[in-house]
Ligand binder design. Structure first.
Ligand SMILES: [Mg+2]
Length: 280
């Protein structure tokens, strides 16, 4: 099977591993399943995840991590024409992933400095930019918004990592990439292509990255808002883990068409669910 596995709320919760899940994935990988991690988080580079996941005993290599940042880079690299220069509003991981596929990056911090220094001339500040990429930017400013929105308005391709409204932290929530994206959408009047779940692109790019169709995948996720709709959007089967944000009560309130194929409350139930799916 091809297992597309969400990270936060499935493999770990903040710093703590979800008990037993890494071992279940390791057993599936040893039995021949492809395990690929898919996360809407755009802030980190692939290598950042490898250490963390391998320390938990999860099967992992850099090519098996498709964050929304990596998916954005892979998506853009397949467009025609391939972007020459992307203005990036986002974290270091997003910049790193775009450069890895050969796209020149203009960090929005640099463009914003030029904008401020040159009498707020956004055209001059973003010269050469043909693409605007937006993810979660924890140092987002009015100047960054101005250069990004003006470049989009001037005709740059507009692609975003994800539109999550909030970003879960150990002690509550912070504004997510979607809040930053909403500012650029409002100021430019243009809707972007979004890679992240609940849309289909992240899962499609992740499956294609290892040469398989997304319809073959089993999506393992903890969110009825992002993971399960993304699985349904690509025609994949899914397992809802009750170890993260979504609850059994929320599941019960959904119509049958919006429900996952399987539900698991813990690693043991996940292993049993995957055994059933493998036999179908
Ligand atoms: Mg999650």
């Amino acid at each position: 099977m091809l297992l597309l596995v969400d990270l936060d709320g499935v493999v770990y919760l903040g710093a703590a591993p979800v008990p037993g899940v890494a071992a279940v994935l390791a057993a599936r990988a040893a039995a021949g399943d492809d395990v690929v991690y898919v996360t809407n988080n755009s802030m980190w580079y692939r290598a950042d995840y490898v250490t963390r996941l391998s320390s938990m005993g999860a099967p992992v290599s850099p090519d098996r991590i498709v964050s929304s940042a990596r998916a954005t880079a892979l998506y853009l690299a397949e467009q025609s024409p391939v972007p020459r220069c992307a203005l990036v509003v986002g974290g270091a991981g997003l910049v790193h992933e775009l450069r890895d596929v050969g796209i020149e990056v203009m960090p929005s911090a640099e463009a914003a400095e030029r904008w401020t220094a040159n009498g707020r001339d956004a055209v001059a500040a973003t010269r050469g930019v043909d693409t605007v990429v937006v993810g979660l930017d924890m140092e987002f400013t009015y100047a960054r918004l101005a250069v990004a929105a003006e470049a989009v308005r001037a005709g740059a391709r507009f692609v975003v990592s994800n539109r999550d409204p909030i970003y879960p932290m150990e002690h509550g929530f912070m504004p997510g990439a979607g809040a930053v994206v909403a500012a650029v959408v409002t100021a430019s009047g243009v809707e972007p292509v979004s890679l992240g779940k609940p849309g289909p692109l992240l899962l499609e790019v992740a499956a294609h990255a290892i040469g398989r169709p997304a319809t073959e995948a089993v999506m393992i996720g903890d969110s009825l808002i992002t993971d399960i709709p993304a699985a349904i959007a690509v025609g994949a089967r899914s397992v809802l883990m009750l170890t993260g944000i979504s609850t059994a009560a929320q599941l019960a309130a959904l119509p049958a068409a919006d429900r996952p194929t399987e539900v698991a409350a813990n690693a043991e139930e996940l292993a049993a669910a995957l055994d059933r799916l493998a036999r179908e």
